[in-house]
Ligand binder design. Structure first.
Ligand SMILES: *[C@@H]1O[C@H](CO)[C@@H](O)[C@H](O)[C@H]1NC(C)=O
Ligand SMILES: *[C@@H]1O[C@H](CO)[C@@H](O)[C@H](O)[C@H]1NC(C)=O
Ligand SMILES: *[C@@H]1O[C@H](CO)[C@@H](O)[C@H](O)[C@H]1NC(C)=O
Ligand SMILES: *[C@@H]1O[C@H](CO)[C@@H](O)[C@H](O)[C@H]1NC(C)=O
Ligand SMILES: *[C@@H]1O[C@H](CO)[C@@H](O)[C@H](O)[C@H]1NC(C)=O
Ligand SMILES: *[C@@H]1O[C@H](CO)[C@@H](O)[C@H](O)[C@H]1NC(C)=O
Ligand SMILES: *[C@@H]1O[C@H](CO)[C@@H](O)[C@H](O)[C@H]1NC(C)=O
Length: 544
């Protein structure tokens, strides 16, 4: 009897294993026209299961034509809050376009034609865990390409894919809400200075940097627990004790590769006051910009005594090569006058450089929740990024090389360079925490990002050139200060990184790969340059 039961169980396992093997061996996902693609009746049944929350999805430009008046205003188009409510919209519009489809399929604002591009076909506007589970099970049963999106603040196009089913976690908690609630409750959580980023979404899965990271660590360092629907459809409560392997992966192992996040619990701290400052400087040409970047590199340790988080945006006017340097600094437990004193050596030396002038400066003291709160983000552009984590040693040993690199990157055509000083301090001290955070974070000082942008009038050839500029031209330049095996922050980076396994995950990749095969054996959750994506084409539609 006992033996029989066992052999039954064995048979069941064998059958399950075989069907899973079949699914994992299928070369391509089902797309409209494939024999296995769901019928209209099957889609209707899914719709009934999710209480009518299955919607068809269109690119944001097409969505605008359905509004009263037939258009979005500029304010709507450029609003992260507005765009986050549109199922097919990404923050930056280029991620909706199918540049690499043949033929290319685009849908531009005010355009006369509109293709579906890289936008999903259907979305479940998920409101409950059961909605998410139904969508996950439907996707695996029918071998569909599935994508997950909370707000669409995504610079690698991971929350969109052609012919896919989108699971839109539309009630994700935005950073702005975290700070509103933090202020009311006298608490602060480590989070980004952006309006609609969901801390429990891609942000923490990619490591999650913050202006508070030098003081309090990365988002991943502060995560305590998650609830996630994995590929089997099961809702898992994930913490250090229950699932140490998945807990490790969800903290830095890459956005969108593990399942659909339902909740995330982060450590909070008593709130404190801080000074946030904005300083705008103008430079006359790329040579002056380089000198200012060198000077800045010589001063980046000036603010360590107060564990400041600091952002430097260099925005180049493409017709004149004059730039604006925007320096945005957050100093915990520091008054405005103390903050001015700490910035004065850099600022005074800057203004002594020929060709540099002060446009404006502003210092605001108050609750850190107010400093980090953003009511909206201005977006709706075409934006690609390329980045590297720059070691603190570079800034100590060769600040003038930093300036030379800025000059060359600006001359190569970058419209913007972001120097995001969110490492050092507590990020370095947290090196002992076992998580999938790339170890390069622990020795870095800066996350350096080159930004490529274009207008809708750009030709496909021009767009192609800009999309590949980082790999072809800018990366070898950045390696002069990053080193040739440097890591990058996987949430603000180039999705075309050829060696993404080492660049984004370093020595953690093999472990992550093993965890993926345990929780997602048939690669349901595949994103560009994410764990397992080496087995898939650029759209996650066919195995390669
Ligand atoms: C899903 O059902 C709702 C409510 O019945 C309906 O309005 C909607 O159009 C359906 N979605 C699709 C994709 O058919
Ligand atoms: C599109 O049209 C709107 C008005 O409907 C206008 O404000 C906007 O500038 C136009 N944008 C582009 C990219 O043509
Ligand atoms: C801007 O810089 C580029 C690259 O160095 C150069 O080719 C171009 O002539 C410069 N433009 C102006 C207006 O100086
Ligand atoms: C700010 O000061 C308070 C009170 O001294 C302290 O508990 C807290 O750790 C400080 N916060 C930071 C980020 O330094
Ligand atoms: C910076 O310049 C201001 C005004 O010129 C001066 O009062 C201040 O002492 C200078 N600070 C430093 C650190 O050089
Ligand atoms: C850049 O501007 C500086 C300051 O005005 C000037 O001295 C220098 O000649 C300019 N260099 C170039 C290449 O235009
Ligand atoms: C924080 O700043 C506010 C506004 O300036 C002030 O009223 C409050 O007393 C400050 N709190 C502390 C602990 O310094």
């Amino acid at each position: 009897m006992k033996f029989l039961a066992c052999s039954h169980v064995f048979l069941l396992f064998a059958l399950l294993a075989r069907s899973q093997e079949a699914a994992s061996k299928a070369t391509c996902r089902n797309v409209p026209g494939s024999p296995g693609y769901p019928s209209a009746a099957e889609w209707d049944a899914l719709n009934a299961t999710v209480s009518g929350r299955l919607v068809t999805v269109v690119p944001s430009a097409k969505f605008c034509t359905t509004l009263p008046g037939g258009a979005c205003t500029d304010d709507q188009w450029e609003s992260a809050v507005f765009r986050s409510a549109i199922p097919g919209a990404m923050n930056q519009v280029n991620w909706e376009q199918g540049y690499d489809l043949s033929p290319p399929s685009l849908c531009l604002r005010n355009g006369t034609t509109c293709g579906q591009g890289d936008v999903p076909l259907y979305a479940v506007e998920a409101e409950t865990v059961a909605d998410i589970q139904a969508a996950v099970k439907f996707s695996s049963t029918h071998n569909l390409r599935v994508v997950v999106k909370s707000s669409g603040h995504d610079y690698l196009g991971r929350s969109t894919a052609p012919s896919s089913l989108l699971i839109h976690t539309r009630n994700g908690v935005y950073a702005q809400t975290v700070y509103e609630q933090g202020k009311v409750n006298g608490k602060i959580a480590v989070g980004p200075a952006a309006a609609t980023v969901c801390l429990g979404g891609g942000w923490v899965q990619g490591a999650g940097h913050s202006a508070l990271s030098p003081a309090l660590g990365l988002g991943a360092d502060n995560a305590l627990e998650f609830e996630i629907v994995v590929a089997s459809g099961e809702l898992l409560n994930v913490n250090q004790k229950s699932h140490p392997d998945l807990f490790y992966a969800l903290r830095g192992g890459g956005a969108g590769s593990w399942g659909v996040m339902v909740s995330a619990t982060f450590r909070t701290y008593p709130t404190f006051n801080a000074t946030s400052s904005s300083i705008f400087l103008a430079t006359e040409n790329n040579t002056v910009s380089a000198s200012l970047a060198t000077l800045h590199a010589q001063h980046v340790f000036d603010w360590d005594s107060v564990k400041a988080g600091h952002y430097m945006y260099v925005i180049r006017d493409t017709s004149t090569n004059a730039s604006v340097f925007f320096l945005n600094t957050y100093m915990p437990n520091t008054t405005a006058s103390q903050s001015m004193v700490l910035l004065a050596p850099f600022l005074n030396a800057s203004l002594a450089l020929p060709g540099v002038s002060l446009l404006s400066q502003d210092f605001a003291y108050g609750d850190i929740n107010d400093a980090l709160f953003e009511d909206d983000d201005r977006i709706g552009l075409n934006v690609v990024l390329g980045s590297r984590l720059i070691p603190a040693a570079t800034y100590r040993d060769s600040p003038s090389t930093v300036g030379e690199v800025y000059k060359k990157v600006l001359e190569s055509g970058a419209t913007e360079i972001l120097g995001i000083m969110v490492a050092g301090g507590k990020v370095a001290e947290n090196a002992h925490i076992s998580s999938a955070v790339h170890p390069a974070w622990r020795t870095a000082k800066m996350h350096l990002v080159s930004v490529g942008t274009w207008d809708d009038s750009a030709s496909l050839a021009e767009i192609d050139q800009i999309r590949h500029l980082f790999q072809k031209v800018q990366l070898p330049i950045m390696e002069e200060i990053a080193g040739s095996n440097a890591g990058a922050y996987s949430n603000e980076a180039d999705v075309l990184e050829p060696n993404f396994r080492t660049t984004f995950f370093g020595p953690n990749y093999d472990k992550l790969s093993a965890i993926k095969s345990k929780y997602d054996p048939s690669d349901l959750f595949i994103v560009g340059a994410g764990v397992g994506s080496e087995r898939w084409d650029e759209w996650g539609l066919c195995r390669v």
